[in-house]
Design a protein around this ligand. Structure first.
Ligand code: MN
Ligand code: MN
Length: 317
C-alpha cells in the first residue's frame, strides 16, 4: 500500500474514534451497566464503518486499564466515578487508539485537567528526531506541578498494521534508559496516566477480561481438543492478533456455554497460545486519570488522527 493510502486509513480510523469519544461523553452516565456502555460504544464504531481494534476499556477509579465487561457482568457505574474510556478503531488494520476520562467527582477535576494538559504539552514536543523521553519529561513535569504523580510503568507506544504495541515505548517521564526517537511517517500513541496514589500499577492476575492470540498450534500438535482448536481458529479469523474479550465470542458461548469457553481460554493461555491482559490497578489505591491520542509524525509536528480540535491547538502553540 502506498504511503498516502496508509495515512488516509489512519485518519479515517481516527475520525471514527473521535466521534466515538463524543458519543461516549453523551452516553456514559451513572446508573448504567458497564456492559451496556461497552456494547453501545462498540456498536457505534461498527455503525460508522470502523473495525474494533480492541475491546472498549472501561476502567473505574483506581483501575488504570484492561477492564472490559464480561458477558455476565452486572457492575453499574456509580455516582462520583472517575471512568476512563479507552477505545480502539481500525480501518484496514490501521489503528486509532485513544482514551478520555469522564469525571463525575469534582475532587478529581484538577487531576483531569493536569493529565489533559500534560498530553498536550507532550504532543507539542513531537518532531522527527526528538527523543521519546523529552516528551515524557514535560508530561511528568506538568502532572507533578499540579501535585500528582505519573504512573511510571505505563507508556505510550508505536503502532503498526494490526499491531497495537509495535515495539517502541514512550515513557511518561524522563526515562534515562529510553533512547528511542520519533520517526517521520510512523504512528504512535501517547498516553499519560496521572494519579494521587503511588505512581505505578500492579497486575491483578485473578482478573483477566482481555486476551489475544499469541500463536497458532501446528497441525497435529498434541494436547489440544477439536473444540479448543475451533476457538483458536475463530479468534484468528475474526481478530487476528488484536485483543478480544468474552463479549466477542457470543457464537462460541452459544455453542459451548460460558463456563466452557472460559475454561478453554484458561487452558489455551496456560499452553501459550492465548495471551492474557490482567487488569491493572494503582498500587496505592489512588484514583487514575488517562488521556490518549494517536498521531503520525510529520516534518511539521504530530498529525493527531484522533482529535482534530487538539491538532489545531498544537499547531498554534
Ligand atoms: Mn488506549
Ligand atoms: Mn495505547
Amino acid at each position: 500500500m502506498v504511503e498516502e493510502e496508509v495515512i488516509r486509513n489512519y485518519i479515517a480510523a481516527g475520525e471514527i474514534a473521535y466521534k466515538a469519544k463524543q458519543y461516549a461523553l453523551k452516553i456514559v452516565q451513572p446508573g448504567k451497566t458497564l456492559l451496556s456502555i461497552a456494547d453501545e460504544i462498540e456498536a457505534y464504531i461498527i455503525e460508522w464503518g470502523g473495525g474494533l481494534a480492541f475491546p472498549v476499556n472501561l476502567s473505574i477509579n483506581q483501575v488504570a486499564a484492561h477492564r472490559t465487561p464480561l458477558l455476565d457482568d452486572s457492575e453499574v457505574l456509580h455516582e462520583n466515578s472517575v471512568i476512563k474510556v479507552d477505545l480502539g478503531v481500525h480501518v484496514n488494520g490501521y489503528i486509532a487508539d485513544t482514551a478520555l476520562t469522564i469525571i463525575f467527582d469534582e475532587r478529581y477535576e484538577k487531576l483531569g485537567e493536569a493529565v489533559k494538559k500534560a498530553l498536550e504539552k507532550g504532543l507539542s514536543k513531537v518532531k522527527p528526531g526528538v527523543k521519546f523521553s523529552d516528551a515524557g519529561r514535560v508530561v511528568e513535569k506538568t502532572i507533578r506541578k499540579a501535585g500528582y504523580k505519573v504512573i511510571k510503568n505505563l507508556t505510550g507506544h508505536s503502532l503498526d498494521r494490526f499491531i497495537i504495541h509495535a515495539g517502541e515505548s514512550i515513557p511518561n517521564y524522563r526515562d534515562p534508559f529510553s533512547l528511542g526517537k520519533f520517526r517521520k511517517g510512523r504512528a504512535y500513541a501517547m498516553e499519560p496516566f496521572g494519579t494521587d496514589g503511588k505512581g505505578w500499577v500492579k497486575e491483578v492476575h485473578s482478573s483477566v477480561q482481555i486476551y489475544s492470540l499469541r500463536k497458532m498450534p501446528k497441525e497435529g500438535e498434541g494436547g489440544i481438543t477439536d473444540d479448543e482448536f475451533e476457538l483458536l481458529k475463530y479468534v484468528q479469523s475474526n481478530f487476528k492478533t488484536l485483543p478480544f474479550c468474552e463479549r466477542w465470542l457470543k457464537e462460541l458461548v452459544k455453542k459451548y456455554g460460558l463456563e466452557e469457553v472460559r475454561s478453554m481460554l484458561r487452558k489455551l493461555s496456560s499452553m501459550g497460545y492465548i495471551y492474557k491482559y490482567p487488569v491493572l490497578v494503582e498500587a496505592g489505591g489512588g484514583h487514575v486519570v488517562q488521556f490518549e491520542e494517536t498521531f503520525i509524525v510529520t516534518e511539521e509536528g504530530p498529525l493527531i488522527t484522533t482529535n482534530p480540535v487538539l491538532n489545531e491547538t498544537i499547531k498554534k502553540a
